[in-house]
Every structure is written in structure tokens, then in C-alpha cells.
Design a protein around this ligand. Structure first.
Ligand SMILES: NC(=O)c1ccc[n+]([C@@H]2O[C@H](COP(=O)([O-])OP(=O)(O)OC[C@H]3O[C@@H](n4cnc5c(N)ncnc54)[C@H](O)[C@@H]3O)[C@@H](O)[C@H]2O)c1
Length: 268
């Protein structure tokens, strides 16, 4: 370990269970010397597993529905009290499509579901940034990261309306990131991660086949949740101070591939 986050204070959204990308990131942040608050939607916290992570990382849990400005204000105020000062890093690791859950086709969605999924998966990031911005809650040279997927740029039919939500999320990172850079010297980026076997990932139709395809397409293989945690730590550290407004592919090279030998072998 490198003490990359020694003395840094953070807020980590979205650790549901030990498979979650946010869970692995919290473990790594702790190893690197950070102090942080864990948060998730009240219903997810009631499932109970987050207590284990809190205990193992010496951290407190504050429930917040990330679509509620009121909850976010409470979260950010309390976090600054608990941590004894402003925030250095924030991870937004939240996603959910009601249309995917209810098996609605992209071509025939329920638009109330569309709106709910968009609010949770994309607009929640705007709300988090909004509250951090107006409370002047971030320290200079702080870092904010949200997680995304390449369906924002390319067609992956089974990703359904999450593709649109991710495109919106990535745009928010750029648009709001400008103001954070200009006014607070804080960076805002998205990490575009490989398919990863988590609760959210496994909810996507055909996920098992797809993760194998992606593995065979990527020269370095898929990036795991633990790999993603490592990369996220680098973005929270002082080693990446001038990286901002970026969508950063963390996918073993998948995003620049056309086809690989391993995939062609299946067709010859
Ligand atoms: N798993 C993958 O294949 C993959 C690939 C690329 C990007 N991502 C993204 O990574 C992020 C984390 O997902 P994961 O794969 O670790 O799955 P996960 O299911 O472990 O995490 C999703 C989290 O979102 C939280 N959440 C849902 N609604 C919420 C709300 N209203 N308020 C607060 N939190 C809420 C859930 O409680 C859960 O903790 C998501 O943005 C996801 O889209 C995942």
C-alpha cells in the first residue's frame, strides 16, 4: 500500500454488498489511509451488509436517497461534522433501471419507469454535485468520480435505457465539472468500467454471455471490481490533479477494439 489517501476525507455512495464496486473502493481507500462516510438508499442499508464494511473500515453510515436534495444536504452536512472538515473525494456508484428490472423492452418502455431510472442513475449525480457546490463542501484539489458504461457511446441492446442514463451522467460530469474546476479546483470525471458481476451488472439481460464476449475482446481481459477500485484510488490521489472533465475507459482495452482473434475463432 502507498498511503495515497493519507489524511483525505470522503463520501462513498453505493456499496450494497461485497461485490459492489463501491465496496471494493471503500476497502482500498481505507488501506490507503482515507477516512470516509458510507451512504446508500435506506432500503439498501436495511439489508444489513453495509454494517460489516463500516466496521472493517472504521466508518459511519448515513442513509440518503440520492434523488432527494434534502437527504443529500443532511448527508453532506453530517459528513463534514463526522470527518471534521471539508471533503476531498466523492464516489457516485449508483445505477438502477426500472425498465430493466421489469423486463420492459427498450422499444416499449413504461415512461414512469424511464423517469425513475433516469433520476436515480443520472440526475442524482447532478443533485450530489449541486449540494456539494452550494455548500462549498469540497477541499481544493478534491476529486469526484462517477461510474459509467460504454453503452453511452455504442449500442448494447440489452443495456436498455441505462445507455441513455449513462450518456446523460457523462455529460453532467463535463458540464458541472467545469464549474467545480473554475471555482474550487476540484476535478470531476467518470470511469467507464468493464462489465462486472455485481447486483446491478447481473440484472442486465444476457450478462453472462456478454461478460465472456467482453473478456475475449479485451487484450488485457475485463477489469474486475477490485481493479476499478485501484483506478478510482488513483483518481482520488494527488497524482492525477489535472485530470478533469474526462470519461476514462477502464476496460482492458475493449473500447478501442474492432474484433479480436479469440472472437474471430468462433466464426471460422
Ligand atoms: N456491474 C457492471 O457491469 C458495471 C459496469 C459499468 C458501470 N457500472 C456502474 O457501477 C456503479 C455501481 O454498480 P455496481 O455494479 O457496483 O452494482 P451494485 O448493485 O452493487 O451498486 C448499485 C448501487 O446503487 C444503489 N442505489 C440504487 N438506488 C439508489 C438511490 N435512490 N440512492 C442511493 N443509492 C442507490 C444501490 O443500493 C447499490 O448500492 C453503477 O453506476 C453501475 O451502473 C457497473
Amino acid at each position: 500500500m502507498y498511503n495515497l489517501l493519507k489524511g483525505k476525507k470522503g463520501i462513498i455512495f453505493g456499496a450494497l454488498n461485497e461485490n459492489s464496486i463501491a465496496w471494493k473502493t471503500a476497502q482500498r481507500a481505507y488501506e490507503e489511509g482515507a477516512e470516509f462516510v458510507l451512504t446508500n438508499a435506506p432500503a439498501s442499508i436495511r439489508m444489513g451488509e453495509l454494517d460489516v464494511l463500516a466496521k472493517n473500515t472504521n466508518s459511519q453510515i448515513i442513509p440518503a436517497d440520492a434523488t432527494s436534495i434534502e437527504d443529500l444536504e443532511n448527508l453532506i452536512e453530517k459528513s463534514m461534522e463526522i470527518l471534521g472538515g471539508k471533503i476531498d473525494f466523492v464516489l457516485h456508484s449508483i445505477g438502477m433501471s426500472v425498465n430493466v428490472r421489469k423486463k420492459k423492452a427498450y422499444t416499449d418502455p413504461n415512461y414512469d419507469f424511464t423517469q425513475k431510472g433516469w433520476d436515480v442513475s443520472a440526475v442524482s449525480f447532478h443533485k450530489v454535485l449541486n449540494v456539494l457546490y452550494h455548500k462549498k463542501a469540497m477541499n481544493e484539489w478534491g476529486s469526484i468520480v462517477a461510474l459509467t458504461y460504454m453503452a453511452a457511446q455504442r449500442v448494447f441492446p440489452d443495456y436498455n435505457d441505462m445507455a441513455d442514463n449513462k450518456a446523460y451522467l457523462e455529460s453532467i460530469a463535463r458540464s458541472f465539472g467545469y464549474y467545480f474546476g473554475r471555482d474550487f479546483k476540484v476535478r470531476v470525471n467518470t470511469i467507464s468500467q468493464s462489465p462486472t458481476p455485481t447486483t446491478a451488472g447481473n440484472g442486465v439481460k444476457g450478462f453472462d454471455g456478454f461478460i465472456n464476449f467482453s473478456e475475449k475482446m479485451s487484450p488485457l481481459g475485463n477489469a474486475s471490481a477490485a481493479d476499478c477500485a485501484d483506478y478510482t484510488i488513483s483518481l482520488f490521489s494527488d497524482l492525477t490533479k489535472k485530470v478533469t472533465l474526462q470519461n476514462l475507459f477502464h476496460d482492458g482495452g475493449f473500447s478501442n477494439m474492432g474484433v479480436s482473434d479469440a472472437v474471430m475463432d468462433k466464426f471460422e
